[in-house]
Write a protein that binds this ligand. Structure first.
Ligand code: KG4
Ligand code: ZN
Length: 395
């Protein structure tokens, strides 16, 4: 069957057409067309996604993307050959979600085909099995499976003992990991979205520390009394110091890392960065003009987030005897997260990360999930009028 999938939950408008076959036993996909329009440049001046603008852009882009997608797919234009429309109905920004849903309903009516509503987070989970073009099949998955879903709006550890049956083991009590990356980037005067920027600076800092061979990470963990005063003193010395010396003075908290549950919290970490920068600016208002300072903060912040995510994931894997680990959502594009997660995987366990281009929001993952949900519903048609945007939808 051919599924046209639509994603508009945040600042990406995306439409794809997937040829799906094989049923739940051997689901296989062929990407007939895949188009995505990112609104990053439009939201960047606001330092985050501006919902009214996102809605306006989705409304403008959806018809353009549809035309392009139908053209790319080489399907017969005169006769509709699409069997089903999959559309994200939550979680996300409600005004943005509604644009996709209304568009899907109009198309469904015009083509006289059904709609399957898709949970965006389930989409992220299944994105780990996808490809952005060509063909792919979903291999047999060994359960129990654990998913670490890390995006701009969510941070959750999800247990699955079988396909499509989920239990949320833990989630963030405040900010999501991606949100913390974005907010800290803003404090560091870096462009939106902050994740890739922080990660780039942290990576440079990590490399330079390795080149100098001084085991910065170790020294951060073991520093006797790493303190702001110490740091400020060095800065006031006119910055004769190496980036490494700066690193050694910064220590950020790893919130809830030793709590007994699987929940996360990133707002305290974000506030710690805020206070750190505030204190540094007291001594030198232009402190952020020094790239080494930005790199040092980016490195320690990234280490704090990733250490927390990996520690809790490891604990959950041990407790539930996990056979397959999926890491997905925008933050799964983070290289350091990948490197650290790899270290906790044994040779018997399977690790899945989405391919490049499928970590952040896309409609391929919505098409894959739409097919699974359609099969699970045994083809039962959902009344289009009952499909509503649900900003706070849970798995
Ligand atoms: O999944 P996604 O595209 O949108 C939501 O569903 O929220 O995730 C976007 C988030 C942003 O917060 C962005 O900063 C973060 O993913 N992100 C990263 C990286 N690339 C994107 N965070 C850390 N490191 C990255 N390389
Ligand atoms: Zn997302």
């Amino acid at each position: 069957m051919k599924i046209l999938s639509i994603e508009t939950s945040c600042d990406e408008t995306s439409i794809s057409i997937l040829e799906c076959s094989g049923g739940l036993k051997k689901p296989s996909f062929k990407i007939l067309a895949n188009n995505l329009n990112s609104q990053i440049e439009i939201h960047a001046p606001f330092g985050g996604v501006f919902p009214a603008l996102a809605k306006r852009e989705h409304i403008k882009n959806l018809p353009i993307l549809l035309e392009q997608t139908l053209k790319d797919s080489n399907l017969n234009k005169k006769k509709n050959q699409i069997d089903l429309i999959a559309v994200t109905y939550g979680p996300g920004l409600e005004p943005a979600l509604w644009t996709g849903i209304v568009f899907a309903k109009e198309l469904a009516l015009k083509w006289n085909i059904p709609i399957i509503p898709v949970n965006h987070m389930e989409g992220h989970m299944l994105s780990a099995f996808g490809k952005s073009d060509g063909k792919f099949s979903i291999p047999k998955v060994e359960f129990p499976a654990l998913s670490l879903l890390v995006s701009g709006g969510h941070t959750e550890l999800v247990l699955a003992k079988e396909w499509m049956k989920y239990k949320i083991l833990g989630e963030t009590l405040d900010d999501a990991a991606g949100e913390a990356f974005d907010k800290v980037a803003r404090m560091l005067e870096l462009p939106y979205p902050g994740g890739p920027e922080i990660s780039r600076l942290a990576e440079e800092a990590r490399k330079s520390s390795k080149n100098l061979g001084r085991g910065v990470l170790k020294s951060i963990a073991q520093a006797d009394e790493p303190s702001i005063a110490n740091f400020q003193q060095k800065i006031m010395c006119g910055f004769q110091n190496t980036t490494n010396e700066i690193f050694n003075c910064i220590k950020l908290p790893r919130p809830m890392i030793h709590s007994k549950n699987f929940d996360f919290s990133f707002s305290g970490l974000k506030t710690a960065v805020l206070y750190l920068i505030r204190d540094l600016k007291k001594e030198n208002p232009n402190i952020l003009e020094n790239i080494d300072v930005k790199k040092a903060i980016a490195l320690e912040f990234e280490n704090a987030v990733i250490e927390t995510l990996v520690h809790k994931t490891k604990k959950a894997m041990e407790k539930y005897d996990i056979q397959t680990l999926i890491v997905a959502g925008g933050v799964s594009a983070n290289k350091h997260l990948y490197n650290e997660i790899k270290k906790i995987i044994s040779s018997k366990q399977k690790l899945l990360f989405p391919q490049k281009g499928l970590s952040t929001d896309n409609s391929i993952m919505i098409g894959i999930t739409g097919y699974f949900r359609f099969l699970k519903n045994k083809g039962k048609i959902i009344k289009a009028s009952s499909i509503k945007a649900q900003g706070g939808l849970k798995l």
